[in-house]
Design a protein around this ligand. Structure first.
Ligand code: F0G
Length: 456
């Protein structure tokens, strides 16, 4: 008897506004790929049917958020919306000093420019591309210190975002005086949207306290991380996301945030700290780069939408549906034997391109080849997270060759995801015919955004 297909998760919202999408013909898709030099960042959105490039800034805002936009108080200084935003971030995180910024990397710029100097070393569970770049541009070395299971796509470890504690201790001892801060990225985006446990966060916090080094969080997807803690960590099931968050943030000195993820908005971010001297330093830079501290590069109405969105992202019915959507896609792919990074992460499925296209050697960019093929097959846009994005083994570790299917928040329904699964399955069925790529033109840093590719 055939196995019953997994049941689709039912959306805890209904649709009030729709946006038309259209699948181009195969010929149109082929010529779009040619025009884009096989870099999916170069496609126009009209050329894409299901856009899983990123979960960042692609959320559907709620009726309450759209309503909040109409209450924008566009005063340059002291806007009501800033006060609401600041109150909300303080309430959620407990951090006393908050600076808004136009997005996560702007917060990173202010933060790392203030904290890091030439010759420093920054440990993180895994750096995301922009984080890594900010560390480098300030003359420091980004080090990835995730547990070894994080590099094994088949491991079902429940907290693959955890830090390798002995390795962290060794770095702090061997490189004493060179480490101005330790950071953890929640969830670990580069490593598959995988969470860190409270237990691991407590230990990292303790190690940092003992070494007198501040511990910061990249809290872009903190609510998804808290959901996994609630579900997987003993003793947490009866707690709400707010309570788990209080404990997580209580362990840290501050955080950077892209509100484009767990803030459920299309633009915005912030940096937060407990350190008044650092706050003063960052505020000066903020005024130069982003604007006055009560708007930080945003329209004030945007701050209002963030204040509402941060709270909505903590609601259990929303989070539970979101994580089930990712699992639903994962379950269909599992049943078809499609290799992806296990367990399914918080914001997407990361196809294991190395295993999927095992006949394509690493230097021929299997991740890029798979991403191109998913677009060619069904107009699905994904993103390569592997040799193209990060180069090969720049941190001395084996790089996984992944293709991320990032699920935008509240945007696609279960039937869209079932369609995506069919597209992936069709490519999987004819995988041996897929060919590799070479990079024809590339910039020095963050090359994945602009590189050109040529099929082999
Ligand atoms: N940190 C993490 C962990 C991220 O995933 C991102 C962005 C940033 C910082 C920077 O935030 O985009 O608001 O400037 N990630 C997006 C992605 C772009 O597709 O994963 P930003």
């Amino acid at each position: 008897m055939a196995a019953r297909p997994p049941s689709p998760p039912v959306e805890p919202y209904r649709i009030k506004v729709v946006e038309k999408i259209r699948l181009l013909t195969r010929e149109e898709r082929e010529s779009a790929l040619q025009r884009a030099h096989f870099n999916l960042f170069n496609l126009t959105s009209d050329e894409v049917y299901i856009d899983l490039l990123t979960d960042s800034g692609t959320s559907a805002m709620s009726d309450r958020q759209w309503g909040a936009l109409m209450t924008g108080d566009e005063s340059y200084a002291g806007s009501r919306n800033f006060q609401h935003f600041e109150r909300t971030v303080k309430e959620i995180t407990g951090f006393p000093y908050i600076l808004p910024a136009h997005q996560g990397r702007a917060a990173e710029n202010i933060f790392f420019s203030s904290m890091v100097k030439r010759g420093d070393i920054i440990p993180n569970n895994m750096h995301f591309d922009t984080t890594q770049e900010h560390v480098r541009r300030n003359g420091a070395l980004p080090l990835n210190v995730a547990i070894k299971e994080a590099y094994d796509p088949t491991s079902n470890h429940p907290f693959k975002g955890n830090m390798d504690l002995p390795m962290l201790q060794r770095i702090l001892k061997d490189e004493a005086g060179k480490v101005p801060l330790v950071m953890m990225t929640l969830t670990n985006n580069t490593g598959g949207g995988q969470p860190a446990s409270l237990e691991n966060l407590r230990e990292v916090s303790r190690i940092c306290r003992e070494a007198k080094i501040p511990f910061y969080l990249d809290m872009c997807r903190w609510a998804e991380n808290a959901f996994f803690i609630r579900e997987r960590e003993p003793g947490q099931a009866s707690l709400g996301i707010a309570e788990i968050g209080k404990e997580m943030f209580g362990l840290a000195e501050g955080a950077t945030m892209s509100a484009k993820k767990d803030g459920l908005v299309n633009i915005g971010g912030f940096v937060a700290t407990r350190d008044p001297a650092l706050f003063d330093k960052m505020r000066e830079l903020l005024i130069v780069y982003e604007g006055f501290p009560t708007y930080g590069g945003l329209a004030r109405r945007d701050l209002e939408a963030i204040a509402v969105g941060l709270k909505e992202a903590m609601e259990l019915d929303y989070l539970s549906h979101r994580i089930s959507q990712v699992r639903y896609l994962g379950k269909i792919l599992d049943e078809a034997g499609v290799p992806f990074l296990h367990p399914p992460g918080g914001h997407g499925i990361y196809l294991d391109a190395g295993a999927f296209l095992s006949h394509i050697p690493r230097e021929n960019l299997p991740g890029q080849a798979l991403a191109v093929e998913l677009y060619r097959e069904g107009g699905v846009r994904s993103v390569e997270i592997g040799g193209v994005m990060f180069g090969s083994g720049s941190d001395g570790k084996d790089r996984m060759e992944l293709v991320r299917l990032a699920i935008p928040r509240r945007v696609y329904t279960s039937s869209h995801l079932a369609y995506v699964a069919e597209v992936v399955k069709s490519v999987f069925a004819r995988r041996t015919s897929v060919k590799g790529f070479k990079m024809a033109a590339a910039s020095e840093s963050l090359r994945h955004f602009t590189a050109h590719f040529e099929p082999l």
